[in-house]
Design a protein around this ligand. Structure first.
Ligand SMILES: NC(=O)c1ccc[n+]([C@@H]2O[C@H](COP(=O)([O-])OP(=O)(O)OC[C@H]3O[C@@H](n4cnc5c(N)ncnc54)[C@H](OP(=O)(O)O)[C@@H]3O)[C@@H](O)[C@H]2O)c1
Length: 338
């Protein structure tokens, strides 16, 4: 039976940029799906580090995107726009968004919706799209990680981090991961890392060289940048690929020896997901469904949720993310669970 769709919904807005207290509940009209879009009633929405930058006014929305934050969600399709063909009302989906996940309803371009991976809880699925799309496109498409190549992820217990560990292991790579405490290092091993490095007490260059008998690592996924860049070039193997998804410590690292890039035939790359077209995002979503979703059935991948907050407590969720205590994903819930 079709679900009744209310005229208005609760969403989170940012009337003025600033701290977590700037995330406030508001009432907005429930949007009508445009051509090529489906309307999703949201069950869960993942918090991502980029949302904290948007809240501070440092990460503007791409043109045409809603001002409501939230780059991913899960839920149930409740209405179909013209020109859609894959989804039916009642289908359970998770979705990669350009914004708008912190709300009870959201319009999503059809190609950015994915089936929920087998065995995954509807709410938890709201924390899967952003990190799996980011890791897939940067580690496998852009950096071309091949089975047997050694992979290093910086920030192994972040949403991006645990996803990268799971996927790299599942596709046959030995994995090293850095994290800022022994507890977080243990969690990295639990996600499948072969070697965890507490970056506060150990040097990842020495650890990487020791792990590879002096050969170096083949692919690094980095979100730190800054002073890490020179050291990453040092720990890379010949033909290695260094890929940035963020540069939290800074984009201007001071002295970097590009002779290492030259002599070792390195590739330095990076990308952003949010600014890509619907077609490009849809292609990544399709690759995930084909290549990664079966890994949830075999147990090689699983969602890692640290804590859930009701939608109205989005500010508390951001406070937790900024404390960096979390291991895995932080989710917002609307109270709807299918
Ligand atoms: N380019 C893209 O398309 C894209 C897409 C999604 C996310 N991202 C970026 O990826 C990053 C992770 O996102 P997320 O949502 O997963 O955030 P998150 O869970 O908050 O992760 C941030 C992580 O950084 C780690 N960290 C901080 N300083 C570090 C250092 N010096 N060395 C190693 N790790 C360090 C923190 O762990 P410790 O406590 O261990 O320090 C924490 O686990 C963010 O910067 C985000 O903007 C980019």
């Amino acid at each position: 039976m079709p679900m009744a769709i209310p005229a208005t919904m609760t969403a989170i807005e940012i009337p003025t940029p600033g701290g977590p207290e700037c995330l406030v509940p508001t009432t907005r009209p429930v949007p009508k799906p445009a051509h090529g879009e489906v309307l999703v009633r949201v069950a869960g929405a993942g918090i991502n580090r980029a949302d904290t930058l948007q809240r501070e006014g440092k990460y503007p929305m791409p043109p045409g995107a809603t001002d409501i934050p939230g780059l991913e969600c899960s839920g149930v399709v409740v209405a179909l726009g013209d020109g859609t063909s894959r989804w039916q009302v009642g289908d359970r989906v998770c979705a990669l968004l350009s914004g708008g996940g912190y709300a009870e309803y959201i319009n999503v371009p059809e190609p950015q919706c994915m089936a929920i991976p087998e065995g995954v809880d509807l709410v938890e699925a709201g924390g899967i799209p952003e990190t799996f799309c980011t890791v897939w496109t940067n580690v496998f498409e852009r950096s071309g990680l091949r089975p047997g190549e050694v992979f290093l992820i910086q920030g192994g217990t972040s949403g991006i981090g645990f996803t990268a560990i799971q996927l790299a292991k599942a596709f046959g790579s030995p994995v090293l991961a850095t994290a800022g405490s022994d507890e977080k290092c243990e969690a990295c091993i639990g996600f499948g890392a072969d070697r965890a490095i507490n970056y506060k007490t150990e040097d990842f260059v020495a650890a990487g060289m020791e792990f590879t008998d002096g050969r170096g690592v083949d692919v690094i996924l980095d979100m730190v940048g800054g002073s890490y860049i020179q050291r990453e070039l040092e720990v890379m193997a010949r033909e290695g690929r260094l890929c940035f998804v963020a540069l939290m410590e800074g984009t201007r690292p001071g002295q970097v020896d590009f002779g290492l890039v030259h002599r070792k035939h390195l590739t330095v790359t990076g990308s952003t997901l949010r600014s890509r077209s619907v077609e490009a995002k849809g292609a990544i979503c399709q690759a995930l469904e084909t290549k990664c979703w079966p890994l949830f059935e075999t147990g090689a991948c699983w969602p890692v949720t640290y804590k859930r907050f009701p939608l109205a407590e989005a500010g508390k969720a951001h406070e937790l993310m900024e404390s960096s205590q979390h291991i895995g994903k932080i989710l917002l819930t609307t109270g709807f669970d299918g």
